[in-house]
Design a protein around this ligand. Structure first.
Ligand SMILES: Cc1ncc(COP(=O)(O)O)c(C=O)c1O
Ligand SMILES: N[C@H](C=O)CCC(=O)O
Length: 429
């Protein structure tokens, strides 16, 4: 494989952009490589500037559930674009998307659009604090909720990839009210509530973590969390920025049958354009300005292009529920094939999967917590990543990110991936 042009651009990018990237996980640093420059995506594939083709398991980190450049989704984009890109005023598109989300999530009566997942979680926290008139928040180790200060503690995703789960520049003051608990640990949760329950404004959780690799919450854990938050009148936020409309149309809350007070969305609801949203019970949402006293605003919030694209994707998903079965089936085939090779070659590795979300971890232990995730062999992961890339398979370049499949991934893609996996694992033996 030739990476000449990517290498050239990589050098150039370092001069003008910190680390050459606009988001750290793109740097391929943890797998010891220079980053690739992508110039096109179609279906399940992306193409780099040197003309190499890859089966893509990044899918823009989740938004592209229908694959790249889906013609049905894009069909009216030019018409929308011709009417302008932003007005900073109300549009009908905002109502259409909001209505669709509200109808799909029984826990969401009202929703406010923002521009990213980070904004969604940051705003939802402020709202929960305004509503409860309390200050303390609880998050879980290894969960990532974007990069707002009070949530950038023991974080997953890029922060974990670079082994700095808490960022410098975050003041003591910003995190003095942030408590952190181990994921999936009911006993620890009960203890924290015994001590701090009455001071806790909010608990935020990824109901299926995708940011320490895929680690699903145990059902009993989420049920206990719901029970305790109800008892102590603490707002429960599900961060469904990844899982919303991915795990199922109704997200993780539908799959687990546990209803939060507020939900954060992002990724899929913008179809690949910058979007986030937070929504929930009317009583809480009515506290948002201009109805209430919790201020939150955005010049580009509810951007007409993003609203249109998001609506196109969600209406397609609504009309084609088979998408979820299909993606789950593909993920299951991947899981089974990978596990077969792990067994055959006696590799210290395991797979976590829930519905269409999955991760391969290089550890022989079952992975249910951040502590276990941190025991994974990152060096082996990086060898595996490179071996897969050579075979034309583009995985997320970090042990701590999940694989993203789309409706465009074919049986043939999965077979090719499993053949590549076999070759890559043979090298690791
Ligand atoms: C669960 C979760 N919450 C929040 C975020 C932040 O979203 P964004 O990157 O759009 O700010 C992400 C991803 O980045 C995420 O995976
Ligand atoms: N894990 C992150 C979001 O889900 C990856 C996206 C990013 O931070 O660039």
């Amino acid at each position: 494989m030739n990476f000449e042009r990517s290498k050239k651009l990589w050098k150039e990018a370092q001069k003008y952009i910190p680390g050459g990237v606009n988001s750290p996980v793109r740097a391929f640093q943890s797998v010891g490589m220079d980053s690739l420059f992508i110039c096109k995506g179609k279906g399940s594939k992306v193409y780099d500037v040197d003309g190499n083709e890859y089966i893509d398991y990044i899918c823009s980190w989740g938004p592209l559930i229908l694959g790249h450049s889906n013609e049905f989704i894009y069909k009216d984009m030019y018409e929308v674009l011709q009417n302008g890109t932003s007005y900073g005023l109300c549009t009908e598109q905002e109502i259409k998307l909001a209505k669709l989300i509200v109808q799909a999530y029984p826990s969401v009566d009202m929703i406010r659009m923002v521009n990213s997942g980070t904004e969604a979680t940051m705003s939802a926290l402020r709202l929960a604090r305004g509503y409860t008139k309390r200050s303390k928040i609880l998050k879980f180790e290894g969960c990532y909720h974007g990069h707002s200060d009070s949530l950038l503690v023991k974080s997953g995703s890029g922060a974990l990839t670079f082994n700095e789960p808490t960022s410098s520049g975050v003041s003591e003051d910003a995190i003095k009210n942030t408590l952190v608990a181990p994921y999936n640990d009911i006993e620890a949760l009960e203890k924290i509530f015994q001590i701090y329950g009455e001071e806790l404004a909010v608990v935020i959780i990824e109901p299926v973590s995708g940011n320490m690799g895929v680690v699903p919450a145990k059902k009993e854990f989420l049920q206990k969390l719901r029970e305790l938050t109800k008892h102590y009148e603490t707002v429960l936020i599900f961060d469904e920025v990844i899982t919303g409309f991915r795990l199922s149309f109704g997200g993780a809350q539908e799959v687990y049958g546990v209803q939060p007070d507020l939900t954060c969305f992002g990724k899929i609801i913008g179809g690949g354009l910058p979007v986030g949203a937070y929504g929930g019970k009317k009583e809480i949402m009515e506290m948002v300005s201009p109805l209430g006293t919790v201020y939150q605003a955005g010049t580009l919030s509810g951007n007409p292009l993003a609203m249109h694209l998001g609506y196109q994707v969600l209406s397609y998903l609504k009309g084609h529920p088979q998408v979820y079965k299909y993606i789950e089936n593909m993920a299951k085939k991947l899981e089974e094939g990978i596990l077969e090779t792990i067994e055959e070659y006696q590799i210290d590795a395991t797979v976590n999967r829930l519905k269409g979300m999955l991760s391969l971890f290089f550890t022989k232990n079952k992975v249910e917590s951040f502590e276990e995730v941190r025991k994974c062999n990152i060096k082996i992961f990086s060898e595996y990543f490179k071996a897969m890339l050579k075979e034309g398979i583009l995985l997320p370049p970090s042990q701590f990110e999940g694989l993203f499949l789309s409706y465009a991934h074919s049986e043939e893609d999965i077979q090719k991936t499993l053949e590549a996996n076999k070759k890559a694992m043979l090298l690791l033996k």
